[in-house]
Design a binder for this molecule. Sequence first.
Ligand code: PTJ
Length: 258
Amino acid sequence: MSDYDTVSADVEHEEEIPADHPRYQDLLTRHRIETGIEKGITHLQGMHAEGRGSAFDYLLGEETIPSADAAERAAAAHLLLADQPVLSINGNVAALVPGEMVDLASAVDADLEVNLFNRTADRVEAIAEHLREHGADEVKGLTADARIPKLDHQRAKVDADGIYAADVVLVPLEDGDRAEALQEMDKTEIVIDLNPLSRSPQVAAVPIVDNIIRAVPNMTEHARDLADADEAELRSIVDEFDREQALEEAEARIRNGL
Ligand code: PTJ
């Protein structure tokens, strides 16, 4: 019997998953989503989303490809240049990278806002509390006193002094029309999604085709690295980033392993 056979099928704590297991990242994300569902943070549909994501990640080689790293650096530059950046949090994001989102918010001085597709008051509160447990001082999204125009579902509910007023918004792990609606509001959108053909990355100024568990810490690292950069340097990073090329390179890696 190999060591890997000793990984319980019913892991209680993520520390039980050996870090050198060949499927470590996949086992870890699955475990975090399951725990999120148990805690009332993640919707059951989040498990389907995770399954879709992990299939694309498998084809990407479960690594941050160079075009994704360039997108993560451009995203960090956009967030540092922003007047009012907001990081949007749904049930999968809260389960997978709560502390990492708090770190990114602090590195770029952004707000965190809960925004849900399957919105209930209990889930919004549970996610806000989970983020506070991971170090967040303030979490937006509970007031929901504004609406994104031309959107007729729960994701339209936003805070007037949060996503509604933001100039740059990070939108991770959602395929949908909110990305298009936010773009119509003239916001700069950064999207994290492992599926480059999904609608959100297709409309984003910065599409990041990478697993969120790698993408967010890497964005924070880039933001810390750029903390002393002047506006001209940040603008040149933003201007040099080619969104079409990033989407094409991700699709080529997924389809052909190139
Ligand atoms: O918490 P709620 O109620 O707001 O609901 C959240 C989910 C994720 C259930 C909802 O937004 C949803 O159904 O999303 P979709 O339409 O399944 O889109 C999720 C996208 O995220 C898919 O394109 C997946 O490929 C992608 N994805 C899943 N896991 C990851 C990912 N991208 C990056 N990293 C991941 N770990």
